[in-house]
Design a protein around this ligand. Structure first.
Ligand code: 5GP
Ligand code: ZN
Length: 143
C-alpha cells in the first residue's frame, strides 16, 4: 500500500534497524522501544490483520520467530519474552499493517503479563460463552 509506513520499511524506502529478513518477512527495531530489543516482525506484503495472512506463510513465520528468539536471547542475555499482536483498533493497533511485537523481558522491569492488557470478564458464564463460540464454529463449518 502506497501510504503505509511498514510497506515503506519493507521496501527499504524508510530506514529502520533491520535484524532479520527472509523471503516474506522482515524484523526491525521498534522506533519507540518498550524494552531493550523490542522489535517488530512484519510480512513484506501488506495485510492489515492476522486473519488476512495466508496460512501457507505459517512455516516460514515460525522459522523466523525461532531464529529471532535465538538471536535476541544471545544478544540480550534473557530467555523471557512477550510477543503478540494488537489486532484491530480496539486492541490498540495504530499501524494498519500486521505486525508482531517481540518484547524481551528482564528482572524487575516493571512490566506485566498478557493478563494486564484488559480486565473485561464476560457477563455470561463460561458455558454460555462457550456455546456461542461452538455455534459459530459449526455455522462457519470450521471443524
Ligand atoms: P501498534 O500499536 O500498531 O501495535 O504499534 C505500532 C508500533 O510501531 C509502535 O510500537 C511504534 O513505536 C512503531 N512504529 C511506528 N512507526 C514506526 C517507524 O517509522 N519505524 C519503526 N521502526 N517503528 C515504528
Ligand atoms: Zn503496509
Amino acid at each position: 500500500m502506497s501510504d503505509c509506513i511498514f510497506c515503506k520499511i519493507a521496501q527499504k524506502e524508510i530506514q529502520s534497524f533491520i535484524i532479520f529478513e527472509s523471503e516474506n518477512f522482515l524484523v526491525f527495531l521498534d522506533i519507540h522501544p518498550h524494552s531493550p530489543g523490542h522489535c517488530l516482525l512484519i510480512s513484506k506484503k501488506h495485510f492489515e490483520t492476522l486473519e488476512e495472512m495466508p496460512t501457507d506463510y505459517g512455516k516460514e513465520f515460525l522459522e523466523v520467530t525461532h531464529k529471532l528468539i535465538l538471536i535476541l536471547k544471545s544478544a540480550l542475555g534473557t530467555e523471557n519474552f512477550n510477543f503478540g499482536v494488537n489486532n484491530g483498533s480496539l486492541a490498540g493497533q495504530a499501524i494498519k499493517h500486521l505486525h508482531f511485537h517481540f518484547m524481551p523481558r528482564f528482572a524487575n522491569d516493571g512490566g506485566g503479563s498478557m493478563h494486564s492488557i484488559v480486565k473485561n470478564p464476560p457477563k455470561e458464564n463460561l458455558e454460555e460463552i462457550y456455546n456461542k463460540i461452538i455455534k459459530a464454529k459449526e455455522s462457519l463449518n470450521l471443524n
